[in-house]
Each structure stands twice: as C-alpha cells, then as structure tokens.
Design a protein around this ligand. Sequence first.
Ligand SMILES: Nc1ncnc2c1ncn2[C@@H]1O[C@H](COP(=O)(O)OP(=O)(O)O)[C@@H](O)[C@H]1O
Ligand SMILES: [Mg+2]
Length: 247
Amino acid sequence: MSLRIKRISTGIPELDLLIEGGFPEGSWIMISGMPGTGKTIFAIHFIYNSLAVDNAKVIVVTTEQEFGDYLLQAKRLNMDISPWLRGEKKLYIIDLFHLAKRAREMSKEVRVDPLDIPVLVDSVRRAYKELGVDKGEDIRLVIDSISAFYARAPVKARSMTYELKLRLHRRNVTTLLTSQFAVTTRGTFGYGAEHIVDGVIELELVEEGNELRRYMWIKKLRMTKIPLKRIPFDITDEGIRLEELPS
Ligand SMILES: Nc1ncnc2c1ncn2[C@@H]1O[C@H](COP(=O)(O)OP(=O)(O)O)[C@@H](O)[C@H]1O
Ligand SMILES: [Mg+2]
C-alpha cells in the first residue's frame, strides 16, 4: 500500500513549500483570526488556484458578504474567478448572506433560517450531486465564515462543526473553513471547533512598537510536519505573500 498522500495546494506557493506541498486531500482546514487578518483573502487564493491551476470544482458558501463582493475582491487581487461562472459548472455559489438578507424581508411564518446547519448540509449536498462527488471529482468546499453559524449558540460550535463534517466529509472534497476569533474572549479555541478539523491556521495582526505586523501560525495539520514558528506575511495587490521562509 502506498503511503503517499495527495496534496492540495493552498494557493499560496510559499506556504505549500512549508507543509509538504499542501493540505492532505479530503482534509478539513480552519483559517481563524480576528477581523481584517486576511481569512477571506486566503480563501480567495485557495478558490482561484483550485479553478485556474488544478482544474477542480469549487463550492463557495458565503455568510458574511455577498458573493458579488467576493468577485470584486478577487479581481482586485488579480485572481479573477468570474470566468468560471460561465459555461460548464465548475464554480457553485451558495450565497447565504444574500439569502439571510432576503429572509429578513419575509414574514415569520414562511421564513427559513439560512444560517442553520441542516439547511447548509442540504445545500452543499445538492452541490455535491450536481458536481459529481460520487464520480470521484476533485471538489473543494469553502465556507467563509463558519462563525456565522456559531453566533447564536457559541457553546454548540464544536457539535455543529462535528455534525457538518460528519455529514459533508468525502475523501475527494477538501474543505476550507474560515472562523472569527470572538473578539472578546479571543478564542476559536474557546469554541472548541478546532478539535474537529484536521488543520488550523491562525492569522494575526500583532502590535510591534508603532506598527502592526501580520503573522501566520500553522497550529495543526494532520499527517504533515509543520514549522513551529510564526511566519511573517504581507498582503499586497497580489494577495498574501510570505516574507521569509523559516529554515
Ligand atoms: N491590495 C491590498 N494591499 C494591501 N492590503 C490589502 C489589500 N487588499 C486588502 N488588504 C488588506 O486585507 C484586509 C482584509 O482581509 P480579509 O481577508 O478580508 O480579512 P478577514 O476575512 O480576515 O476579515 C484588509 O483589512 C486590508 O488591510
Ligand atoms: Mg472575511
């Protein structure tokens, strides 16, 4: 039996080099951090690379901004994903932010809550079917962010994430979740959801004198040797750039 694990690129080449080539296929990865630390931009790298380089299929679930904003942000960073919205279905959008906005306009009797785990599971399973998950297609699932589901019941974050992974995990679907730190308690690690996922990358903005510096911490990544160092990075017009490779 081969022990080789297929690696899925993060979309950030310098980062791939630090983690044996990328995320193990089929793993669930959480990108966590405070607002403005670069979680959505990280997700855009992953989405763009999946489509443009790997020729994979991508499901994007947005809960905090409309997908249109995503498109704009990606275009600004030179990672235009709009071409994949046309032609053969490769990019499948589940815009829960848009649905949540619409739901507010409906009467209480008919309103469904889009930010409900069973609703999410059903939508994603419909996408799986349409994209051919059972035929072994290479699929990437991005949920930006998962914290929107935790908002009403933070104590359930761990069980919700478990439920989600249990019902949506497939060996040919590699999943990226973004997660906010609760600004007050400072913890996705307070939520407990990081125990459920296979990898955790934390993004930080750290005060150094009169400056703020960006760092990335790879806190956990199953089946992978990880650098036990904070990795400095920058966000530029080309997105996330790692500054120096720790030896
Ligand atoms: N072209 C750019 N050059 C430099 N920084 C940028 C650029 N575009 C966005 N940013 C930075 O990225 C941050 C937003 O990143 P984002 O991924 O949306 O954060 P998060 O999803 O973690 O809240 C902004 O606060 C901004 O400082
Ligand atoms: Mg974001």
